[in-house]
Structure formats: structure tokens, C-alpha cells
Design a binder for this molecule. Structure first.
Ligand code: AMP
Ligand code: ZN
Length: 117
């Protein structure tokens, strides 16, 4: 069922504390932690605690939770003292999604090119 923890999901395991992560923020509904393979001086992932497979599913199945995730991206940027930053939701393998639990990348701390690769 939408939102239920998945046994085989890496990010559900981070939410459950079964896999370690460098957590920078936590709310009732979200967790933010540092990406293990950072692509910028700040590279934090913001995830809903509930399992939704990608950003589109999250928005359709739990719009309030999607808003919580977006609000948290700003909170992370504030904590990291970033005026400019990029929020990325890779959606689908062709766009680089590798973990099938919705997550926002918050990238900043260096100049960011547009368009992205
Ligand atoms: P994506 O490719 O958009 O699905 O993003 C998945 C992100 O998760 C990648 O940037 C990975 O570096 C990151 N990642 C994978 N495993 C971990 C982990 N154990 N802790 C933190 N970040 C991770
Ligand atoms: Zn999950």
C-alpha cells in the first residue's frame, strides 16, 4: 500500500535507523541526511519517512507530505547558509533515479551550471 515501509528499500532502512546516515534534520514526517557521494559542498537528501516510489507518486498519493519535503529543502539551505541552491528530483532511471523512495537532492556551495547534464 502507498506509504508503507518496504523491506528492500535503502531509504526506508535509513528512516528505521537500520542503516547509518549523517542526519542533518528530522521532522515528524521527513528526514534530511548527507548524500554518501556528494556532488557539491552541500549535498543533502530530503526524504519523506513514508515510502513513495518517486516525486510524482509522492505528489499524487500524499500532497501534504510532498509540501513537507519541499519546505524542508529550504530549511536545509538555511542551515547550510545557502542563498542559492538547487533542488532536484530525479524521476525515472533515464533521469538518473537509482533509489526508488522519493527524495529531493539539495545541492549548493558552488556555482551550478544550467542546463544540467
Ligand atoms: P538518485 O540517483 O536521484 O536516485 O539519488 C540517490 C542518491 O542516494 C545518490 O546521490 C546516492 O549517492 C545516494 N545514496 C545512496 N546510498 C546512500 C546512503 N547509504 N546514504 C546516503 N546517500 C546515499
Ligand atoms: Zn522506502
Amino acid at each position: 500500500m502507498a506509504g508503507e515501509a518496504q523491506d528492500d528499500c535503502l531509504f526506508c532502512k535509513i528512516v528505521a535507523g537500520q542503516i547509518p546516515a549523517t542526519i542533518v534534520r528530522e521532522t515528524d514526517t521527513t528526514v534530511a541526511f548527507r548524500d554518501i557521494n556528494p556532488q557539491a559542498p552541500t549535498h543533502v537528501l530530503v526524504i519523506p519517512k513514508a515510502h513513495h516510489k518517486d516525486a510524482a507518486a509522492l505528489a499524487a498519493e500524499a500532497p501534504q507530505l510532498a509540501a513537507d519535503v519541499l519546505r524542508e529543502t529550504r530549511a536545509v539551505a538555511d542551515e547550510e547558509k545557502l542563498d542559492s541552491y538547487r533542488t532536484v528530483f530525479n524521476t525515472g532511471s533515464g533521469a538518473g533515479q537509482t533509489v526508488w523512495h522519493a527524495h529531493a537532492h539539495v545541492l549548493g556551495g558552488r556555482g551550478l551550471e544550467w542546463p544540467p547534464g
